[in-house]
Design a protein around this ligand. Structure first.
Ligand code: NAD
Ligand code: UD1
Length: 338
């Protein structure tokens, strides 16, 4: 019996593949390499010394998915595959709705046909919008979303809930990630953005490496201790481990449940810069610019449900996240093309 990992060549997927293989799980990986490279999977094999089946396949390709389920005994799916660039989603919403939502529906249809009704889904803290109460718990109402990307996550959550209402044998964990950063401590796998990074950590990494000149800090007039945005940064390896715990849980249960995967601690942009400077031993030049449209002042998780129900907590510090991000960046100045 195997676990299918969709989007397994991507940033979080590749780290989860490593943790799954190290835990002795059988995995089958599929990806269309839209935002990733085969080299990531080669390195997953190198790091773990283990092999696995890979299918280059698109989520929207029903026949391709059927083939995966026919050729393997899939007992559950960890579903990472999706498009995630917030700004791009505003420009090309149909592409995002089609890929993320139609893709997930296609996957669920094939899963249902093969009697596989266990899914761990990559959701996001973005579904909370601008949460009124911090730290945010899973009971908080969903917020107003400012972009199509965020709406795909929120809509997919609702689709999966409806699926369960129609058939109580489904079991789904909706993992609401806070801000994953860092890389595997080997420095062999990490985040490899195609273009100028949108997210802060890869941006800082490229400034530290001299590839980008200066970090724009989007606003220092928020209602936060130092005026810059506050987020719950979580080490990608801690996040990956959360998927193993969620998988164990859904294998024993039915229902649809949301879990926050965060550390429970908020750090400001300036605190992140300071931690990164310590990790890389260089000054990170930055300049305060205007707020980025759609940004909120602060969000961080109450992760106690994941601890109580899944037995999972984040263990790695902000310093470790920055050290590992820097090791990945400095060892691979051009990402997987290095
Ligand atoms: P990523 O882009 O590195 O990985 C996603 C993978 O899915 C890529 O390898 C891509 O090629 C693949 N993919 C996309 N569309 C596909 C399709 N139609 N068919 C097959 N493969 C497809 O992103 P990531 O950071 O690893 O994120 C993984 C998941 O977690 C995504 O669903 C993302 O929206 C979600 N998420 C990410 C973050 C974050 O900060 N990275 C935060 C919250 C949620
Ligand atoms: C963003 C997305 C969110 C998505 C998440 C992971 C927006 C509004 N939100 O979250 O939907 O789930 O990425 O992909 O895009 N910052 C700077 N300078 C930069 C980049 C960021 O100061 O160059 C600041 C931001 O204002 C924010 C913090 O750094 O305060 C984190 O930003 P980012 O890494 O983009 O993540 P989020 O905005 O939290």
């Amino acid at each position: 019996m195997s676990i299918l990992i969709t989007g397994g060549a991507g940033y979080i997927g590749s780290h989860t593949c490593v943790e799954m293989l190290n835990a002795g799980k059988e995995i089958v990986v599929m990806d269309n390499f839209y935002n990733s490279k085969p080299e990531a999977l080669r390195r997953v094999k190198e790091l773990t010394g283990k092999d696995f089946k890979f299918y280059e396949c698109d989520l929207l390709d029903t026949e391709g998915l059927i083939r995966i389920f026919k050729e393997n005994k899939i007992e559950g799916v960890i579903h990472f595959a999706g498009l995630k660039a917030v700004g791009e989603s505003v420009q090309v919403p149909l592409k995002y709705y089609n890929n993320n939502i139609t893709g997930t529906i296609t996957l669920c249809q094939v899963m249902e046909d093969f009697g596989c009704k266990k899914m761990v889904f990559s959701s996001s803290a973005t579904v909370y919008g601008n949460a009124a109460v911090l730290p945010v718990t899973e009971e908080a109402p969903k917020g107003e979303l400012t972009n199509p990307y965020g709406r795909t996550k929120s809509m997919i959550e609702e689709i999966l809930k409806d699926l369960y209402i129609s058939d109580n044998s489904w079991s789904v964990a909706l993992l609401r990630y806070f801000n994953p950063i860092g890389a595997h401590e080997s420095g062999r796998i990490g985040e490899d953005p195609n273009d100028i990074p949108n997210n802060i950590c890869p941006y800082i990494s490229q400034v530290a490496a001299g590839k980008l000149e200066i970090l724009p800090v989007y606003g220092n007039d928020y209602d936060t201790p130092d005026g810059t945005g506050v987020r719950d940064y979580i080490h990608v390896v801690d996040l990956a481990k959360g998927h193993l715990k969620a998988l164990d849980y859904i294998m024993k249960t039915t229902g649809v449940e949301a879990f926050n995967l965060g550390t429970g601690k908020g750090n400001s942009v300036l605190e992140l810069i300071a931690a990164y400077e310590k990790a890389c031993g260089k000054k990170i030049p930055y300049k305060i610019v205007g707020r980025r449209p759609g940004d909120i002042a602060a969000i961080y998780a109450d992760p106690s449900k994941a601890e109580q129900v899944l037995g999972w907590t984040a263990e790695l510090s902000l310093e470790k996240m920055c050290e590992d991000a820097w090791r990945w960046q400095s060892n691979n100045p051009n990402g997987y093309d290095s």
